[in-house]
Design a protein around this ligand. Structure first.
Ligand code: ADP
Ligand code: MG
Length: 222
């Protein structure tokens, strides 16, 4: 099933997932300098460059792919990110896409993913980030954007467009909520209390990836 740009989706096709990767790359590239500036404040100033490089490689992978199944596509994106992003965030985002893909094996079919299937997939992916990073909510990491996004999506089980729009808003709010937190995981934790007052770069990139998904679901991408 294909849908035109301009039409809100109630199901995500493989082509929509490819569009998600492409839109994520666009938004990450547009905001790469901001991500690096955030990382300069509480890390080592590489998050924007890391993510830009990784998403560009993911776009190449997707473009070369001829994918017909959601799980194969997302798993390939995951392995690409693991091998190209680097830093702490490469394995974490890589694990996210690998686990999301695995959870969706056989689910997308020709009709695509509905809100419930997407939420199940994302839950597995977010669980993968938590396991890999040994992180929990409130530690000033990307999880503080992913967790509220997942909850927001779950609150709209029958409405993909409303759920993803709410998830994107919740991720942005989660990103902003990392500002007063003390980092207790990753490089920023070396700063302890001095990490307070800065937004976490990984939470900021997660908010962009969810904004990209919202753009696709709302039909704002080509
Ligand atoms: P590095 O810190 O190795 O330079 P990046 O700058 O690319 O890697 O990514 C940093 C981001 O990774 C942080 O802003 C945070 O969101 C995320 N992160 C780091 N460590 C963890 C962890 N243990 N669990 C979850 N997220 C983490
Ligand atoms: Mg860094």
């Amino acid at each position: 099933m294909t849908q035109d740009a301009g039409t809100a989706r109630q199901r995500l096709s493989v082509a929509d997932l490819e569009a998600w990767v492409r839109r994520s790359a666009e938004l990450i590239t547009e905001h790469a300098e901001e991500l690096t500036d955030l990382d300069a404040a509480i890390g080592d100033a590489d998050h924007g460059a890391n993510m830009k490089r990784g998403l560009a490689a993911a776009v190449d992978t997707v473009g070369a792919g001829g994918f017909t199944a959601a799980d194969a596509l997302l798993k390939k994106v995951g392995t690409t990110l693991v091998s190209t992003v680097g830093g702490a965030s490469g394995p974490l985002y890589g694990t996210f896409f690998l686990r999301t893909g695995s959870a969706l094996a056989g689910q997308a079919g020709s009709d695509g993913l509905d809100a419930q299937a997407l939420a199940d997939g994302l839950e597995a992916g977010v669980g993968g980030i938590a396991a890999r990073g040994r992180a929990t909510a409130g530690e000033k990491t990307m999880l503080d954007a992913w967790r509220p996004a997942l909850e927001a999506l779950r609150a709209h089980p029958g409405d993909l467009a409303a759920g993803v729009a709410a998830a994107a808003r919740a991720a942005a709010a989660g990103r902003d909520a990392t500002k007063p937190m003390v980092a207790t995981k990753g490089r920023a934790s070396y700063l302890g209390e001095r990490s307070v007052g800065h937004i976490d770069p990984g939470a900021a990139s997660t908010a962009l990836i969810l904004a990209a998904l919202d753009d696709v679901v709302a039909g704002r991408t080509a």
